[in-house]
Design a binder for this molecule. Structure first.
Ligand code: SAH
Ligand code: DHB
Ligand code: MG
Length: 225
């Protein structure tokens, strides 16, 4: 058995053991409709979605920002962590993706708490900042990786002490650490990791992951005073 096949089998095992009680009707439907609409199958895995939900709950998050909605799968996991008066804003450049996401989010019963904003995140973020929103307790960055350092900088402006910033896809099969790889996405992730590692207001780490999304990883950073 190949390594990757083993990762997938263990992922299925853990999903069966740990997520069997999750009401996944809306989650499964979100993936089904995203697939039917031709969206790429790159949402977080179920176990990763649950991790995002747990992180949001540990944070006691009332305000969540997501950059990169796709079909709203991670959005639903995060949105389910919110209290009734909580709010999640998700930024998505592709209007077709956003349209699918809005339907998926509504079916999950989260349309009152979740807002999907269509446009390039680097256009939406200054507009959002101008609205002086309450600090976001959690920011999930999962869009075009070339802009990751810009997104971390915006996350710092839109958060406060104790907020958590989560960055997806920081390993990408090991490409992040391959000095010969100068893909703009890889460069963006490296720059974001350098920023997290050197910024006086950030305390961060990264975890390599295997499973349904093959070999990848997350970076986590807590915002300091
Ligand atoms: N968070 C989702 C997956 C996001 S995939 C999940 O786990 O379910 C990345 C998404 O980012 C895609 O939908 C893509 O259209 C969007 N994206 C890419 N560049 C963007 C940009 N500059 N601004 C906003 N969204 C962008
Ligand atoms: C891929 C995976 C992701 O989680 C993502 O945000 C973008 C791309 C991928 O596997 O290509
Ligand atoms: Mg991702």
């Amino acid at each position: 058995m190949g390594e990757s096949q083993l990762w997938h089998e263990v992922d299925d095992y853990l999903t069966g053991r740990l997520l069997s009680d999750v009401p996944d009707d809306a989650l499964a439907a979100a993936l089904r409709d995203s697939d039917a609409a031709g969206l790429p199958p790159i949402a977080v895995s179920p176990l990763q979605g649950k991790l995002l939900q747990l992180l949001a709950q540990v944070q006691g998050a009332r305000h969540i920002l997501e950059i990169g909605t796709l079909g709203g799968y991670s959005t639903i996991w995060l949105g389910r962590a919110l209290p009734a008066d909580g709010r999640l804003i998700s930024l998505e450049r592709d209007p077709g993706h956003a349209e699918v996401a809005v339907r998926n989010i509504a079916r999950a019963g989260l349309d009152r708490q979740v807002e999907v904003r269509v446009g390039a995140a680097l256009d939406s973020l200054p507009e959002l900042a101008d609205e002086n929103p309450p600090p976001f307790d959690l920011v999930f960055i999962d869009a075009d990786k070339a802009n990751n350092p810009r997104y971390v900088e915006w996350a710092l402006r839109l958060t406060s002490t104790g907020s958590l910033i989560v960055l997806d896809n920081v390993v990408r099969g090991g490409r992040v650490a391959d000095p010969d790889n100068t893909d703009p996405d890889v460069l963006g992730t490296r720059a974001a990791l350098d920023l997290i590692g050197s910024h006086p207001r950030l305390s961060g780490t990264a975890l390599q992951t295997v499973g349904a999304k093959d070999y990848d990883g997350f970076a986590l950073a807590r915002v300091l005073a």
